[in-house]
Design a protein around this ligand. Structure first.
Ligand SMILES: Nc1ncnc2c1ncn2[C@@H]1O[C@H](COP(=O)(O)OP(=O)(O)OP(=O)(O)O)[C@@H](O)[C@H]1O
Ligand SMILES: Nc1nc2c(c(=O)[nH]1)N=C(CO)CN2
Length: 191
């Protein structure tokens, strides 16, 4: 576990993450990952989407359960990534095949309006605007958040993706799961 305590006096920022799982008890894994994040010093889970069952993109493998969350963080983007990777490892994530099945995938999508390109971290996540399984849940909880590379709001990006000619992403999502308190639409957020 990374020690983030020295950062706790810095200004909190909002970050959006994507969660996915298609091995094991995905619903339990995703909910536990969120709880784990919320218990991490410097991170508060502010909103979570509902969970969507989605057809796999990439090699043949089981359907995924996907969702997104908004975090309030008092960490650097690099520390947040390190935390996400640590939680993936805790849930037994092993990297065997490109875009292959996994118990838990946590992607850092957005960090306020930051654009960052480093060898280990790219923000916004470079593939997020092409992924219905990311934009759909994110649009539930942050429809007005501007993706800083395109300059477009998440809801607009979703609409654009789904209206693109020949795009089949609408059919990627087969079912939507709600649990008691989701989606939590937080009107107090500026995004
Ligand atoms: N925004 C980001 N979020 C998560 N990982 C990132 C990001 N930018 C760069 N990376 C790097 O990508 C690596 C994770 O790759 P991973 O194996 O999870 O990719 P993937 O989930 O299979 O594919 P994809 O990135 O297309 O979702 C991390 O070790 C990290 O260094
Ligand atoms: N439906 C779906 N397909 C995927 C997913 C995912 O989360 N959901 N993640 C991948 C690699 O990050 C590759 N393919």
């Amino acid at each position: 576990m990374v020690d983030h305590t020295e950062k706790l006096d810095t200004e909190p920022m909002l970050s959006a993450i994507a969660l996915g799982s298609n091995l094991g008890d995905s619903l339990v894994i995703l909910e536990s990952a969120l709880k784990n994040l919320d218990q991490t010093p410097g991170i508060t889970v502010k909103a979570k989407s509902s969970w969507y069952q989605t057809a796999p993109v990439g090699p043949p493998q089981p359907d995924y359960l996907n969702g997104c969350a908004i975090l309030e963080v008092q960490l650097t983007p690099e520390e947040l990534l390190e935390t996400l990777l640590g939680i993936e490892r805790q849930f037994g994530r092993v990297r065997l095949e490109h875009w292959g099945p996994r118990t838990l995938d946590l992607d850092l999508l957005l960090f306020d309006q930051l654009i960052l390109e480093s060898p280990t971290l790219q923000i916004p996540h470079p593939r997020m605007t092409q992924r219905d399984f990311v934009l759909r849940p994110l649009a539930e909880i942050a429809p007005h958040w501007i993706e800083p590379v395109s300059g477009m709001a998440i809801a607009q990006l979703l609409e654009q993706l789904n209206s693109a000619e020949g795009n089949r992403s609408n059919s990627d999502i087969t079912e939507q799961y709600f649990d008691g308190d989701s989606p939590q639409l937080k009107s107090e957020y500026k995004y």
